[in-house]
Design a protein around this ligand. Structure first.
Ligand code: 3H9
Length: 659
């Protein structure tokens, strides 16, 4: 079946796009659209054309899989120019998402109509690109330039109602209609405009920019600062600025040059790799054909920071949640923590009043494990102690439905041993959330020796339903992300003794694009956690392995980071900005002398090479040991868990490790 077909209705033609899953603009679609314009222009019976997409969405953009290969004509800009120059009015009927090249096609049409649930946007910057088929030229000729810059450089889609307010849509069908009613409504709209003169194509209109040179500078500087090394948002803004200052023909050429340069550059290659790597994480062979169990009611055991965050994530994704704590006071404290998260979401307009009330009604608490009797999944987030965990799992075993999934949020305990305390250990798995659990997108799904396919499949479905990315890991100390963190933290400790400083290492990491340096992060998280782990592992540590005592000495002085006002840095009361401390420098030098190390200067590049080297070395061990499935999963864990810059692709991408 062809990706493009034409259906005739009296004097109207409906051009159907049918290229599942997201109607991407493959060569076949571009060719089909070009031929459709020619055919319909030649047909004197036809007075208007509706562009309508089958399936779940309007055109979601260029076919990303074609980038990096020779692109075969017709090129998208030519197809869109041809639609705009058509002798018949084209109406884009939008449902789902009109993204990137899809929105560019819609801007080439003479009218745009949508259902209320539709979203429109230019996500190209997330792929290291800018719109490359006239988006930066036509958009500021239709809507205010400042809005155009925001939409193109932030890459976030806007709702149909916002798009309508901005002037991007001619009509939104209200009240809400289903996608399958859109075509009929679009036909009614088209009857209404069929006798009107065709509106001038956007490329023949002047830009709507009122911005002064100073205003542009402020906008571009702001975007440059926010992008932390990623070039596409800045390029997108510059393209809109140029488009406002040039005539359309020049602007098309300039946009195309920018697009091609970015498409062929390293950042876009990395970001396209990340796009597919993210979708790859859920493709697990052993559960390919295993349906997950339904997930309506969820339970959380423990109302501490982690438990409350997990509980809030459940509620925010529309589920019912039951929290159980050991006594009334701790339960109240836990429920309060959840409520504060919901309140904050309401305040930040992430949810509305209705949803907030609904979520509060969906939350119940108890001090008895039998409150979990109807739960489809229970996530345990109690104290990190094997004895305590085994005890609570024995109790959960007795109080839950036999088919319910039992998950532990342990960060490092052996989940095989936890599972052994349950009659049917195949229903136990690990779900390792990152803090704050309601925000962080990474959840490591830990498979045990005996976990069933059904449990694993349900665990994956659960994480996805929370809007998070599940990454499969085997059982080991630290799983994937924290094991790599331990490895590069050690490397940073070596570099301290060898001659670097916390300030220099932190600055190098920030310059690289990480949100913060290792030592700033340690001060924020608390140095005591790592200290406890090092003490726990001391007995089994290889005596020949190099060991740096600097962090232990800070902990021995009660310097646990921001919470004690001192750690690697000093914090003034109420401040989160660390100040260098000569005492830390002295301790570093003393430890270097005790270890017999001759200190030397480090360059920023050398620091980052050693950090990435340590990451990839540990990652290779994780792959060799079968703990991680794929190199790309490790990159996703580093991006989502620790803010590794997406536009660098991840440590394995940088090192060229094949998947
Ligand atoms: C562009 O348009 C450049 C132009 O300005 C200029 C050109 C000259 N191409 O995400 P999902 C696949 S740049 C190819 O799980 P959802 C995806 O890999 C593009 N494949 O679904 C997955 O495959 P698989 C600008 C694509 O419902 C399957 O479709 N546009 C593309 O959660 C389902 O995807 C974008 O950046 C594509 N464009 O979300 C939009 N898109 O099943 C990118 C998806 O084998 N796409 N696939 O794993 C999205 O944001 C989401 O896919 C969307 C649907 C919101 C559309």
């Amino acid at each position: 079946m062809s990706a493009i077909s034409i259906e005739y209705h009296d004097k109207m033609a409906i051009v159907h796009v049918d290229n599942p899953p997201v109607n991407a603009l493959s060569q076949e679609v571009r060719q089909g659209l070009m031929e459709a314009v020619e055919t319909l222009d030649d047909n004197s019976e036809i007075s208007a054309v509706i562009l309508f997409c089958k399936g779940r969405t309007f055109i979601a953009g260029a076919d990303i899989r074609e980038f990096g290969k020779p692109i075969v004509a017709p090129h998208l800009p030519d197809v869109i120019d041809r639609i705009e120059a058509s002798t018949k009015p084209w109406v884009a009927a939008i449902h789902g998402t009109a993204l990137g090249g899809g929105l560019e096609v819609a801007l080439g049409c003479h009218y745009r109509v949508a259902i209320t649930s539709a979203k429109l946007g230019f996500p190209e910057v997330n792929l290291g690109l800018i719109p490359g088929a006239g988006g930066t030229v036509r958009l500021p000729r239709l809507i205010d330039a400042q809005d155009a810059v925001r939409i193109v450089s932030e890459g976030k889609p806007v709702s149909a109602s916002s798009a309508s307010q901005l002037g991007l849509l001619d009509h939104v069908f209200e009240p809400e209609i289903a996608a399958d009613e859109l075509l009929e409504k679009a036909m009614e709209f088209t009857v209404g405009i069929a006798d009107e003169a065709i509106p001038a194509g956007l490329s023949s209109r002047p830009s709507l920019s009122q911005l002064s040179a100073e205003a542009w500078d402020t906008i571009i500087n702001g975007i440059t600062k926010k992008s932390r090394g990623q070039i596409s948002p800045v390029e997108a803004a510059l393209a809109v600025q140029q488009s406002c200052q040039m005539d359309a023909d020049e602007a098309f050429k300039s946009e195309r040059q920018r697009f091609i340069k970015l498409r062929d550059g390293e950042q876009s290659k990395a970001l396209r790799y990340v796009f597919f790597a993210q979708r790859q994480t859920t493709k697990i062979k052993r559960i390919e054909n295993v349906s997950p169990l339904p997930l309506n009611i969820c339970g959380v055991l423990g109302g501490g920071t982690m438990g409350a965050g997990i509980c809030a994530a459940m509620l925010l994704s529309g589920k019912k949640a039951v929290m159980v704590e050991r006594d009334k006071d701790t339960l109240d404290a836990g429920l309060n923590r959840v409520n504060s998260i919901l309140q904050a979401s309401l305040k930040r307009k992430i949810i509305g009043e209705d949803k907030f009330n609904h979520m509060q009604a969906n939350l119940t608490g108890s001090i008895k494990h039998d409150a979990f009797c109807d739960c489809d999944i229970v996530v345990e987030a109690v104290f990190e102690d094997m004895g305590v965990k085994q005890q609570v799992f024995t109790s959960l075993d007795a109080e839950t439905k036999p088919e319910a999934v039992l998950a532990t949020n342990t960060s490092y305990l052996n989940i095989n041993e936890i599972a052994a305390s349950v009659k049917d250990p195949s229903r136990v798995l690990g779900l390792h959330f990152f803090s704050p659990a309601h925000i962080m997108k990474l959840v490591e799904v830990i498979s045990t020796d005996v976990v069933s396919d059904q449990t694993l499949s349900t665990g994956f479905a659960f994480v996805k339903s929370l809007g998070k990315t599940p990454i499969l890991s085997g059982v080991c100390e630290g799983f994937i992300a924290n094991r790599i963190l331990t490895a590069y933290r050690k490397e940073c400790d070596y570099m301290l003794e060898d001659g670097s400083s916390p300030q220099q290492i932190d600055a190098a990491m920030r310059d690289f694009g990480l949100p913060m340096g290792l030592f700033e992060m340690a001060d924020l998280a608390g140095l005591d956690i790592g200290w406890a782990t090092r003490k726990r592992l001391a007995a089994t540590r290889d005596p020949d392995e190099r060991y740096v005592r600097i962090a232990d000495r800070l902990c021995e002085l009660g310097r646990f980071g921001q919470k004690t006002g001192k750690g690697w840095y000093i914090y003034e009361v109420g401040s989160r900005t660390g100040i260098s401390d000569p005492l830390v420098d002295r301790i570093i030098k003393e430890e270097a002398a005790l270890s017999g190390v001759t200190r030397r200067e480090f360059t920023t590049d050398e620091i980052m090479d050693r950090i990435i080297g340590a990451m990839t070395k540990e990652a290779t061990s994780l792959l060799d040991e079968g703990i991680a499935e794929r190199a790309s999963d490790i990159d996703m864990a580093m991006i989502l868990g620790f803010g590794f810059p997406r536009w660098r692709g991840g440590p394995m991408f940088i090192s060229g490790t094949p998947n």
